[in-house]
Every structure is written in structure tokens, then in C-alpha cells.
Design a protein around this ligand. Structure first.
Ligand SMILES: NC(=O)c1ccc[n+]([C@@H]2O[C@H](COP(=O)([O-])OP(=O)(O)OC[C@H]3O[C@@H](n4cnc5c(N)ncnc54)[C@H](OP(=O)(O)O)[C@@H]3O)[C@@H](O)[C@H]2O)c1
Length: 325
């Protein structure tokens, strides 16, 4: 089979498009013919050896696939060849066939095409876990979303709207903010040109935002925390800006607010039943027509390194999807 391979940590340009043997599913695993795989920020970290998990070399990056099961390993009872699934994995998606642990597979709704499946599961489940489970976002509350035109950002806009919240989207360009508006954001802040804290305060009549969802970190984090309301919740989702912010804890005391960690991978590993409930609720909302994942650009498998480079360059918006077969 053809695959994109990482043989040593480095930039996307080091990746090789190669013929490799088809993998074999072990106990509790399925072999999937990959139809599509999206690019997610953690893929760029794995390539450079900067992610929590480091796969053995050589490996294919790619963490959200959609495809059809063609073979099942021992001890697989509820999935069979022919089933169409979407799945999250640590790596392995940028290949014609991928082996996936069965507990990471979710049946693909019939109404969802393969590219949407690849674009959907990772970011939407992260945002849903963050906003619904971790922040317990309520209808009528206001959410400030940083990096709002990114994968996690745009899915957070749609999820916050589905939960009945008012959304303030913050991003680095007016073009990116236009996409946030299309996704349903109520208010927009260009955090490269405007004062993030002052604008968020003004938009909430001085009260501050109930929830901040932060997949970016860096210089924006402290400004966003300063814009939070009394007893607000600050969701720590990621550090796309590269810098892990150091927060003065007096800000947390002064607002009686909560800093809330969000780690979907560990939650899924340690709480599989709760994760399945969360996925079912999320897919039900999809089937009710609440979400329209925005696919910014599609690529062939051979072009996948360009897509990874685009994400590293901060040029991606919504999702980048690789059409594998
Ligand atoms: N905690 C979890 O369970 C979990 C799960 C999935 C992803 N994540 C994390 O969530 C973050 C976002 O992931 P994603 O897939 O949504 O990424 P993405 O699509 O690339 O979005 C990230 C956004 O961050 C902003 N950004 C600011 N500085 C940047 C820089 N130097 N390079 C790149 N982007 C920069 C960009 O928006 P502007 O240009 O508008 O600033 C960009 O749209 C990542 O840190 C990822 O690791 C966490």
C-alpha cells in the first residue's frame, strides 16, 4: 500500500511517500481501508517529536480517518468487514490502510460522507468534551473562542451555538473572522488589531465572558483570562502558538474563576463508557443538522506534507482533508 512515512522527527518536508506492507490487525483491532484523513494540529507536533505520545519509527502521521473495515482481529465482536467507521488515533491515518483499536472507532452516520467524517470527529469531540462536559456551558452564557477559525475553533463555534450560548470569535485576520461569522459567531474580535480584553468586556457590558475556550495559548491567554466573568471557566485546550503561557494565579483568585484542563485522548482512554455516551450525543446532534464542518481544502495522499506545512504556517482554516481513496 502507499503511505506517507515519518522516519525521523522533523518538518513536513522530511516526509516520504512510499510503498509499504499493509498492516495486520491484532486482537481488539480492525483494518480500515482509509477513504479520507484530516490534518489536526497534534499531527504537526508528532512529526517533530513534540507530542505527549511518540510512535515508533517509521510511522504515518494522521489522527482522524473515515473508511471501511475490511478485516477484524481476534476479540472484535461488534464491528465487521463492510462497516463504515470514523476513528481517532494517535497516528497511522495517512496511508491506504490503517489498523485502529476498536474502542476508538465510531460507526459513521449514513448521512455523513467520508470527507466530512474525517473532518468531524477529532475537533468536534474535543470541543464538545470541553464545552459540555468540562465547562458545563449553559444556554444564555457567553463564550470567547480563541483561534476561532481553526479546526477546534470552528467546531467550538457550532457546538456553543447548538448549546444555546452567545459566541465571541477571536482570530488573527478579518478573512479568518469572516469564516467564523459564517459558522455562526455572534461577535468577532481581530486579536492582532484590537485589544482582546477590552473588546470582550465591552461586548459583555463589562461583565466579562462566562467561558474562554483556548486552543492557542501564547500572548492571548492572559488577556483572555482578564476578560473572564466572576466564577467563569477558562478551558485550557492547546498551545498552537507554541508558547505555554504562565498565568499569574492572582487573576484566578480575583475572579473566583476556574482553570479547567481538557485532554480528550486521556479521557477516552480512561473513561471509555463516558466517551461513548459523549460520541453518541455528538453524532445525534450532527444527524439533527446542527453542524456543517467547514473543509477549507482537499489534497491527495501524496500532497499531505503540503497540508501539514500549511497548518504549521498558520494558513489553515476549518479543516484540511486528505482524500486517500
Ligand atoms: N486538549 C485536547 O484534547 C486537544 C484535542 C485536539 C487538539 N488540541 C489542540 O488544540 C489546538 C488547536 O488544534 P487545531 O487542530 O484546531 O489547530 P488549527 O486548525 O491549526 O487551529 C489553531 C489556531 O491557532 C491559531 N494560532 C496562533 N498562533 C499560531 C501559530 N504560531 N501556529 C499555528 N496556529 C496558530 C491560528 O489562528 P489565528 O491565526 O487566528 O490566531 C489557528 O487557526 C492545538 O494546540 C492542538 O494540539 C487539543
Amino acid at each position: 500500500m502507499k503511505a506517507i512515512l515519518c522516519r525521523e522527527f522533523g518538518p513536513p518536508s522530511n516526509l516520504i511517500y512510499e510503498e509499504v506492507p499493509r498492516p495486520v490487525p491484532g486482537p481488539g483491532q480492525v483494518l480500515v481501508k482509509v477513504a479520507a484523513c484530516s490534518i489536526n494540529f497534534p499531527d504537526t507536533l508528532i512529526l517533530r517529536g513534540r507530542y505527549q505520545f511518540k510512535p515508533e519509527f517509521p510511522f504515518s502521521p494522521g489522527s482522524n480517518i473515515a473508511g471501511q473495515i475490511i478485516e477484524v482481529g481476534d476479540k472484535v465482536n461488534h464491528l465487521k468487514p463492510g462497516d463504515e467507521i470514523i476513528a481517532i488515533m494517535i497516528a497511522g491515518g495517512l496511508a491506504e490502510y490503517a489498523v485502529v483499536d476498536v474502542h476508538m472507532c465510531v460507526p459513521k452516520p449514513a448521512s455523513m460522507d467520508m470527507e466530512t467524517g474525517a473532518a468531524f470527529l477529532y475537533t468536534y469531540s474535543t470541543s464538545f468534551y470541553a464545552l459540555q462536559s468540562r465547562a458545563q456551558l449553559k444556554a444564555g452564557e457567553t463564550v470567547l473562542i480563541l483561534g476561532a477559525s481553526g479546526g477546534v475553533g470552528m467546531s467550538s463555534i457550532e457546538i456553543a451555538k447548538a448549546l444555546g450560548a452567545t459566541v465571541i470569535a477571536a482570530a488573527s485576520s478579518d478573512k479568518k473572522l469572516g469564516l467564523c461569522s459564517n459558522a455562526g459567531a455572534d461577535h468577532l474580535i481581530n486579536y492582532e488589531k484590537e485589544d482582546l480584553k477590552e473588546r470582550a468586556k465591552a461586548l459583555t457590558e463589562g461583565r466579562g465572558v462566562d467561558v474562554v475556550l483556548d486552543p492557542v495559548g501564547g500572548k492571548y491567554a492572559q488577556l483572555a483570562l482578564r476578560a473572564i466573568s466572576w466564577e467563569g471557566r477558562y478551558l485550557v485546550v492547546g498551545f498552537a502558538a507554541g508558547e505555554i503561557p504562565k498565568i499569574p494565579l492572582n487573576l484566578v483568585l480575583l475572579k473566583s474563576c476556574q482553570l479547567v484542563g481538557v485532554f480528550l485522548g486521556a479521557f477516552s482512554m480512561h473513561f471509555p463508557k463516558e466517551r461513548n455516551i459523549l460520541m453518541k450525543e455528538l453524532l445525534d446532534l450532527y444527524e439533527q443538522g446542527k453542524f456543517k464542518p467547514y473543509i477549507h481544502k482537499t489534497f491527495s495522499l501524496e500532497e499531505a506534507p503540503q497540508a501539514l506545512q500549511m497548518m504549521e504556517n498558520r494558513e489553515a482554516a476549518g479543516k484540511l482533508v486528505i482524500k486517500v481513496s
